[in-house]
Design a binder for this molecule. Structure first.
Ligand code: HEM
Length: 126
């Protein structure tokens, strides 16, 4: 792999780390602390910043992912197609989450689908 394409994959993985890691930190650290020490304003401010960060990460994932799929001629891959379908589902679930921010089932579904998308990404790269 050339250094330039290694850099594209690196950026793809950095965006993935933010997208997945942020969900884990919010779910495992922030929400439990909020439960014992509630501060709705703070939670809302963190959620807003995390939302903006996640939207940027998703845009970076799309741009770098499309570039790699082109470069490695992967558009025929069934695994990539399944991954893209699930990325589409992630976008829809995120829009639904914006509309119904308190629906825990949506947050759980977003985390679960993200984990499957990461698995499929590793599968494609391997
Ligand atoms: C939430 C969105 C996404 C996540 C979490 C994600 C995650 C990942 C991960 C973990 C890898 C594995 C890299 C490795 O093991 O070296 C990967 C690879 C890859 N992803 Fe994504 N990805 C996302 C979106 C996309 C999109 C939208 C595309 C668009 C086509 C895409 C195309 C690819 C390709 C082509 C590879 C393989 C690169 C290679 O062969 O080296 N990804 N992704």
């Amino acid at each position: 792999m050339s250094t330039a394409w290694q850099a594209v994959l690196y950026v793809h993985l950095l965006a993935m780390a933010f997208f997945l890691g942020g969900q884990l930190v919010i779910g495992l650290a922030l929400v439990p602390v909020e439960r014992t020490n509630p501060d709705k304003e703070r939670l809302r401010a963190v959620a807003r910043r995390f939302g903006i960060g996640s939207a940027i990460a998703l845009a970076v994932l799309l741009a770098t992912g499309i570039a790699m799929a082109d470069h490695y001629s992967l558009w025929g891959s069934d695994t990539l197609r399944l991954k893209l379908t699930l990325v589409g589902a992630l976008i829809l679930l995120t829009l639904a989450h914006l509309r119904y921010p308190r629906a825990h089932v949506l947050q759980g579904a977003i985390l679960l689908v993200t984990l499957v998308v990461v698995w499929l990404g590793v599968d494609i790269a391997g």
